[in-house]
Design a protein around this ligand. Sequence first.
Ligand SMILES: CC(C)(COP(=O)(O)OP(=O)(O)OC[C@H]1O[C@@H](n2cnc3c(N)ncnc32)[C@H](O)[C@@H]1OP(=O)(O)O)[C@@H](O)C(=O)NCCC(=O)NCCS
Length: 211
Amino acid sequence: MSQLFIIGAGGHGCVLAELASKFVGDLRADWTTVILLDDQRNRPALEIGIAVSGKSSELKTSVGTGDSFLIGLGNNRRRMQLLHTMRSSCAPATLVAPDAHVSPSCTIGPGTVVMPGAIVQTGATIGEGCILNSGCVIEHGVTLESGVHVAPGACIGGDVTIGECSLIGIGASVLNGNSISPDVVVGGGGVVTQSLHEPGTYVGVPTRPLQ
Ligand SMILES: CC(C)(COP(=O)(O)OP(=O)(O)OC[C@H]1O[C@@H](n2cnc3c(N)ncnc32)[C@H](O)[C@@H]1OP(=O)(O)O)[C@@H](O)C(=O)NCCC(=O)NCCS
């Protein structure tokens, strides 16, 4: 029997717990139980039929051989900090929804989640602790550094590079060949037509820095 710990019982953590619990008893999954932990909440934010079992410190006391964990936090920097802290006790899992398309030539880092309907094309390199959210498209040859979140419906064109902990907002697009620095937020619906070399928030079509 192996356990998958999900840390964070807010909206994103609940989505992960519900998706991961569908795999219980499935040969594709390394876990037979999903355990939800949260330091602030004693109930999950959404009704998913899984209770909060305790605080994140429970992972260290309950972890056994073959167990793994995911961080269910949407904040990119906080997710990465917790991922680095927790991996001294346990191995990060990788969760890929059954109806996502992930090319066999991609690499997907530990702690990354690929949500339903996401498409990850040929030769993409996805770092650790990323969120590839519902229905997003990651085209051929893309590199996502660790902690990147590509929000629902966002499209990343071929050969784009996105730096650590950046967020590409809901329905935004990054045109092919561009590079985005770490710690960039592209607002929902924005279209990135040129590389963004400085951290910051960019919105609009084409994107401009948010004043
Ligand atoms: C861009 C964003 C980060 C700005 O958030 P914020 O700093 O709180 O900014 P505000 O909501 O106070 O808006 C500031 C101004 O920017 C405008 N604005 C906000 N988001 C915008 C967007 N996506 N595109 C164009 N303009 C936007 C607002 O209308 C407002 O304009 P005003 O000053 O003329 O009234 C946010 O709106 C956004 O798009 N986040 C992405 C969310 C997302 O995709 N999350 C993933 C969830 S799964």
